[in-house]
Ligand binder design. Sequence first.
Ligand code: NVA
Length: 320
Amino acid sequence: MEYNSKVWRDFKFQKHRNFLCLQEYSPEEIEAIIKVSEQMKLWEMLGEEHHVLRGRTMAMLFQKPSTRTRVSLEVAMYQLGGYALYLNAQELQLRRGETIADTARVLSGYVDAIAARVYSHRDVEELAEYSSVPVINALSDFSHPTHAPAVFMTIKEKLGRVKGIRYVYVGDGNNMCHSLIVVGTKLGAEVVVATPEGYEPDSKVIEWAEKNAAESGGNFELLHDPVKAVKNADVIYTDTWVSMGDEAEAEERRKVFAPFQVNRKLVMHATPNYLFMHCLPAHRGEEVTDEIIDSEHSAVWDEARNKLPVQKAILSLVIP
Ligand code: NVA
């Protein structure tokens, strides 16, 4: 197969694009990411070289820990024929007070893209403002846009479709929840979110969700009752109750979120062939029990696996 296959080239985003939040991408562009991911996965499985970013470089500026996102991005860049440099923010001059703006100006002179994992979403926006190369959000406190396409790619593989499925997120209205709401409503799913009172998704994301659903023929519903939410679910998704940066509230959160645990009693309300999904790392015994994450319904390993082709798709579409 040719390196620059038609599928990949046909969808290449034409103008300088940052990848900060999927609300800025159309349903067709998100579908293109999934399509190109499928192509990348095929190349991986056939063992065929796919050096579509030969000689390109990417800086990976990380303020917080990462396992899946870091490794999938680094391996993706390598397998695309490029090179990724992992930069722990603590070891850069940022730590000694160099500004994000200056860091962005300098890094863009060396590399073709910057991926950043930050505490405050504002940091990744600022990097993008001052960078002359595309900036990819590798997780901020607001969103996790490189992960959400892997979720919907996995759902497509397992259930054959996304449109019309009852997609239920149970837990904290956090970064992961935001990105899943955005993609789910853009792709026409019936998205249901159940959080404790006071832990709802950002009001801006709720507005987007309603607008997206009206345009795609999907639906969005916000509830506070996990049992009602999970009724007839095709997919049950959860994430940690204590995201990176929320550690000071850990004790309080574990109490508040206890009724939202995904366990045997809760999943009884879902469809018989429901999928359980989680971006990982899982806190077994907190947001999900061993019994559920290790069950035949669990798609978490496929979801994690699909991050590799998805990162490749994002990089190949975004990096000029
Ligand atoms: N919501 C989690 C996701 C980790 C991949 C966090 O921000 O810590």
